[in-house]
Design a protein around this ligand. Sequence first.
Ligand SMILES: C[S@@+](CC[C@H](N)C(=O)[O-])C[C@H]1O[C@@H](n2cnc3c(N)ncnc32)[C@H](O)[C@@H]1O
Length: 198
Amino acid sequence: MDLTQHPDAQRWDKRYTEKNEAGPACAVLRENLHLLPSQGKALDLACGLGANALLLAQQGLSVEAWDISEVALQKLQATAIQKGLDINCRQCDLRSSVAETNSFDVIVVSYFLQRETLPLLAQALRPNGLLYYQTFSRLRVDDSGPNNPEFRLADNELLQLIPDLHLRVYREEGLTGEVEKGLRNELMYIGQNTRSIV
Ligand SMILES: C[S@@+](CC[C@H](N)C(=O)[O-])C[C@H]1O[C@@H](n2cnc3c(N)ncnc32)[C@H](O)[C@@H]1O
């Protein structure tokens, strides 16, 4: 199928036609830059306008940015060229394509939830590789983000979906304590591949 005709591409192309600024990278990446390797290959999966990709490339990593929206990818590629950053954009349907096993040192995914892909992302990490993940939780204090529960994670669900990685960072506060403070409506995760190649 020509991906420009794909319903997801058409929906997201429309949104990105009206949007130009990538905005800030996701908090789990911004707050944990110190865990990144000083060099290596990174993937921003379902990158949109590529805020995560731009930050990863600024940290010295060689970055791939994948998304189904050609409009978003063209904008990201232009920004990367203008800033002289090492970012290679690729249009793909993530429902049918996955990252190869043992191919990335860092993978970042923000606000894209495809449950069956998560174990494959763990396998796509090279030894010591890191998966940064941030998305919406079902426990919420306001109506931000998608309403379809399929696009939000149940309490602690992520930990069942990615069993193979060593947990480095996990923050999911649910409705505990003073709900007007802290990280609400979302959760953040960093896991590391501590397996060695056999
Ligand atoms: C909520 S946006 C998140 C974008 C970016 N990660 C961020 O945090 O700003 C979801 C992204 O998933 C992409 N997407 C949706 N369905 C897709 C699919 N089947 N294959 C690849 N990308 C897809 C959209 O184009 C969009 O950029």
